[in-house]
Design a protein around this ligand. Structure first.
Ligand code: H53
Length: 809
């Protein structure tokens, strides 16, 4: 391969005039039109290509530098990516934001209209998918050679709309108009096997005779670093029927549908993203997706390894594969299969190489989120992998038996195979056994993993367990999302170096004493509320943006709203501080309890809106279809950040970090990364309430928890729940109240009074504008730790052991 190919090209210009020329040229040659007859879509595609070309040049140089260095690579395997819109980001990173707009205006194009056509690839559900995107951004920014691997779902996360206040889902056909950011790479196509059976050949080697063959077609998008020439990629696989899957004889016989049956079946693998979040979903198609991702990606990783290396012993020195949750865990038996069956390595060597290559990030504590697959399904789909998993398990259990003789219970708990009530493969156990490092995503989470969920494994291998607290991209979540605050910070600090070195934000602390700066700080927040356009910009903007899940407790926020409503109704004459409560987020389509909460929020919002005694003081808004784009509008406008999950349930949270970074004060429990946020921003600038993890565990598992007792003892709580039960909110939401009064799995009623009291503290604090401003500035100033750059440095130093490779001109 000649990696210098293309490097002698004329460099692309950096002036607006040159950009304009390139726009015209791309419009003409790539879209076949002229500026006079171009549609907005033509203009958009052309703009995207012209920006992309600037990054493509860096990409070529990056590939050449990486090839020359033959470094240790990070391969990030993730079933989800929430990349956000690409255009604005790529203009910033390529330094073309200003010249692109000038050039468009010169051509008589409206930049806002053109840029408005950029769409967001919704290839993920929530925090886990967005974390993957933030880590890729930080890896590129830190010049770490990395590839993200994922699935190119035809349909991304559903679009959420409301009908009579209830969530309805619409398909997200995100590539309907094409995707200018994507580079197809048909040469790197892979073949994936499913089903069938295994046979031993004369040498005793195992062969997998597949029952179905599917092709994996890759394409990639660019992942530019900020302030560097590194451009990494995220490679996404799309399933295709193999040639043999098209039945020509049936087609000729007029059986058109039947002729493409098999191909359609194959292509279903990458058809749709599973829209559940944090819950296990036992569906064969999902298992198929997971294996499809893993099989294509591993073959691609090996292909890349072989470009510069020949010796398998070098493989872990050149490769670290990070498993984002258990979804890609099949990579462990798959690498074993490739090494043992296809490459002919002995088991022990193959196992040593495999274990050294992988690392696993666990993102949950919820038992229902730990993936397991029925053995019979696993066996049917992946017969050879089951044999390998059995072998891994047998050897592993022998090790446990050695260390803990006679401890049968421990063996049963640690086995990769669950026996009762049904035989299942436990993916988290497999992920821990087959990797060199396991990490949780916040201090508390990592501690609880080692003490509870994965305790037996931490006993066996204490040094395998790490913490890497999550982080967020400062480029995406402040520079791009909040340009006015970014300018103010740059003005205050005298440079924009903070964007790639977020700890520099501490320099804002001294500006808390600067009256003019404080005034501007407030003006920025207000302008961001105006930009968002929901509710009174002078009201306290109270924001809860995240997936709907009972453990996150949107219902607790709702009980507070109902309580406020009832207080205002009861004493209408008093001066209440106006508050706008904003919810945004999706519920998994089959998660009925979460959908009931959504419906009730919309009903309460409508009742309040229609009540002139209350609506001047209280407003509830729920814009539909929360995604990265909407988040980027809401986050800069928030005054108050609701992080109110039951302690011990939210692994980390990352929205909490985005909001604090943008100067919102948190009301939160001691859960996930909230704890680290509070430690850093200071207890005075954080509203703490609720049970802590030990207290929650005791109450829940002590068996004595009676939500009804709280209901009976607390008049305001009773009155709020009664209002729901009495149908006061359009007759909606009885299921929500009944569930709280029944089991109340997440101790909402137990935390109600503490939350209400804390909200009163919030109100008092809000009334003191000067103090609030100080707290807001300090939240931003002290959030530098939550940069994804720090997270990636932690991974690089503690888990990956990789170093940067500089891309030079
Ligand atoms: O991952 C985030 C965490 C968050 C956690 C989330 C997550 C998913 O989005 C999906 C599945 C899963 O097991 C966990 O809920 O707390 O911040 C990134 O680590």
């Amino acid at each position: 391969m000649d990696v210098r190919n293309g490097m002698g090209l004329r460099p692309l210009g950096t002036s607006a005039a040159e950009f304009e020329q390139d726009l015209l040229s791309n419009l003409y040659y790539r879209r076949g039109t002229t500026v006079e007859s171009a549609s907005t879509q033509d203009a958009y595609e052309t703009l995207a290509l012209t920006v992309r070309d600037r990054l493509a040049e860096r990409r070529v140089r990056t590939a050449a530098a990486h090839y020359a260095a033959n470094p240790r690579w990070v391969y990030y395997l993730s079933a989800e990516y929430l990349l956000g819109k690409q255009l604005e980001q790529n203009m910033l990173y390529s330094g073309t934001d200003r010249i692109a707009r000038v050039a468009m205006k010169q051509l008589g194009l409206d930049p806002d209209e053109v840029e408005g056509l950029d769409i967001e690839p919704g290839l993920g559900n929530g925090g886990l998918g967005r974390l993957a995107a933030c880590l890729l951004d930080a890896m590129a920014t830190l010049d770490i050679p990395a590839v993200g691997y994922g699935i190119r779902y035809d349909l991304g996360i559903f679009k959420q709309a409301f009908k009579d206040g209830a969530q309805v889902e619409k398909p997200d056909d995100w590539t309907y108009q094409g995707n200018p950011w994507e580079f197809p790479a048909p040469d790197d196509q892979q073949t994936v096997f499913f089903y069938g059976h295994t046979e031993r050949d004369e040498n005793g080697r195992t062969q997998w005779i597949p029952g179905e063959i599917v092709l994996g077609e890759p394409s990639h998008m660019l992942v530019p670093g900020h302030g560097t020439d590194t451009v990494n990629i995220v490679r996404l696989w799309r399933a295709r029927g193999s040639e043999s899957s098209f039945d020509l004889s049936r087609f000729s016989a007029g059986q058109y549908a039947e002729a493409v049956d098999e191909a359609v079946h194959a292509e279903n693998i990458s058809k749709v993203l599973y829209p559940d979040d944090s819950t296990e979903l036992g569906r064969e198609l999902r298992l198929k997706q997971q294996y499809f991702l893993v099989s294509c990606s591993l073959r691609d990783i090996i292909r890349r390894f072989r470009l510069r290396n020949t010796d398998w012993a070098e493989f872990p020195k050149k490769t670290v594969i990070q498993l984002n949750d258990t979804h890609p865990t099949l990579a462990i038996p798959e690498l074993m299969r490739l090494l043992v069956d296809e490459e002919g390595l002995g088991w022990d060597l193959a196992w040593a190489l495999t274990k050294q290559t992988f690392a696993y990030t666990c993102h949950t504590l919820l038992p229902e989120a730990l993936e397991t697959w029925p053995v019979h399904m696993f066996e049917r789909l992946l017969p050879r992998h089951l044999e390998i998993v059995y072998e891994i398990n047998e050897r592993f259990l022998a090790e446990v038996r050695d260390r803990f003789p006679g401890d049968v219970d421990r063996l049963r708990r640690m086995s990769i195979i669950q026996e009762e009530p049904e035989r299942r493969v436990r993916m988290a156990n497999l992920a821990v056994v087959g990797t060199q490092a396991v990490n949780g995503v916040a201090e508390l989470h990592s501690q609880l993993l080692a003490e509870t969920t994965l305790r037996d494994f931490a006993d066996l291998w204490p040094t395998k367990f790490h913490n890497v607290t999550n982080g967020i991209s400062p480029r995406r979540f402040i520079k791009l999302a909040n340009p006015t605050l970014s300018s103010l910070i740059t003005e205050g600090l005298g440079s924009d170096a903070w964007i790639n070195d977020l700890d520099q934000l501490t320099g804002l602390e001294r500006l808390t004493g600067d009256a003019a700066f404080r005034e501007k700080w407030r003006a920025v927040k207000r302008a961001n509320k105006v930009r968002l356009g929901l509710g009174d910009p002078d009201s306290l903007t109270d924001v809860m943006i995240k997936r709907f899940h009972e453990y996150k407790r949107q219902q607790l926020n709702l009980l507070h709203i109902i309580t406020l409503y009832q207080r205002i109704k009861a004493s209408p004459g008093r001066a209440y501080a106006p508050r706008t409560v904003l919810f945004a987020g999706k519920a998994a389509p089959a998660y009925h309890a979460a959908k009931h909460i959504i419906r009730l929020i919309n009903a309460v919002a409508a009742v309040i809106d229609a009540d002139p005694a209350v609506s001047p003081y209280l407003k509830v808004v729920f814009p539909p279809n929360y995604n990265v784009t909407l988040g980027s509008l809401i986050i800069p406008a928030a005054d108050l950040s609701e992080q109110i999950s039951l302690a011990g349930k939210e692994a980390s949270g990352t929205g909490n970090m985005k909001l604090a970074l943008n100067g919102a004060l948190t009301i939160g429990t001691l859960d996930g990364a909230n704890i680290e946020i509070r430690d850093r921003v200071g207890a005075d600038n954080f509203f703490l309430f609720g049970l802590d993890t030990p207290a929650a565990l005791e109450l829940r598992h002590g068996g004595a928890y009676q939500p009804r007792a709280f209901y009976e003892q607390d008049e305001e709580l009773r009155s709020a729940l009664d209002a729901i039960l009495d149908g006061k909110f359009l007759g909606v939401g009885r299921e929500v109240a009944e569930s709280l009064l029944g089991r109340d799995e997440y101790l909402t009623l137990a935390d109600y009074r503490s939350y209400i009291d804390c909200q009163e503290q919030v109100e008092k604090a809000w009334a003191d504008t000067e103090q609030w401003t100080t707290s807001s500035i300090l939240n931003t100033a002290r959030s530098g730790f939550f940069s994804a750059d720090r997270t990636v440095r932690d991974y690089a130093a503690g888990i990956w052991h990789v170093s940067p490779v500089q891309v030079t001109r």
